[in-house]
Design a protein around this ligand. Sequence first.
Ligand code: PMP
Length: 335
Amino acid sequence: MSLPELDFAYDEPDVGYKKVRLHFNENLFLPDEYYKAVATSLEPWELRYYTDPNNKRLASAIESHHGLPPGTVVITAGADEGLRMAMQLAAHMGRGLAIVEPTYGMARVVARQVGLRPAAAAYREDLSLDVEEVARSGVGAVYVCSPNNPTAHVVKEVEELAARFNGLIILDAAYAEFAGYWRPRLYEYGNVVEVRTFSKAWGLAGLRVGYVVTNKRVADALRALSLPHPISAYSAKVVEKALEVGKPYVERSIEELKEVRSWVLSQLKADGYHGPTNFVTLKVDDAEAAAAELDKKGYVVRVLGGKPLCRSCIRFTLAPRPVMEGFLKALGAAL
Ligand code: PMP
């Protein structure tokens, strides 16, 4: 098998060959130069002592970066931890949670972890959201992901929902930067918790840093649910550096991604979902079989299934063109 020698192909000791990871939606377009620019070292005291509680310095840096009022950012160990905290808040509120499907599978897992039994709402066939239905459902919180994983669409009704829904809106904006939303937009609403991450566009998934943006009152409630030192000193320092010097690299990577996305879409024959994200989802006859076939050729993709609008789908991360050329060949043979 010939795979491009890119360093995001990782060794699979069990199978003895390299696989290209296209199943977690990391940003695969950032050059090593970016990672060299943000990598840093720690002084002995930074290792010896605990980080400042709630990582106040990093939270302030993110607030300044976005021009947000003080106290509106809460640092979390990845967006997943932000989701957990927001859902824990929903659990404390005691009126249940709805998850709009199809969406990010961990939302359901995290909801269960905090003792919620999430109800399912669903996007319509045209991917619009029935705001009235959610508003009337009586739940105390709703999870909405925009741009949505795996349908890649921007949920146009979020502001309308914020205005009409009498409960907490957990807005998972993990892919926001790919859609051009650099600045969190909805913290002014008293009921929106916007969950963000450095794992996707910022290319720092290994650090496990996310944050939540919300109004000061909800942010204080979330801080009360947080552990005191959610991320490591190293993670905080690298993210601070990325905020200082990284944005031009990230912007360039998104431009490259867009070019590759257009090209990939022009080559695809299968129907599916795409949008302003770094992944594409395809509807296929047998998702398990297609993924197994791709895996044999060295490409790992995500199998999705069982949800409305996505009964049998595979999702893959977009990668630089040489990788996509090989992948599309393998995909052609797998479908
Ligand atoms: N939300 C969505 C929609 C995601 O796709 C992901 C990553 N797969 C996450 C949250 C988790 O991100 P993090 O690495 O910041 O925990």
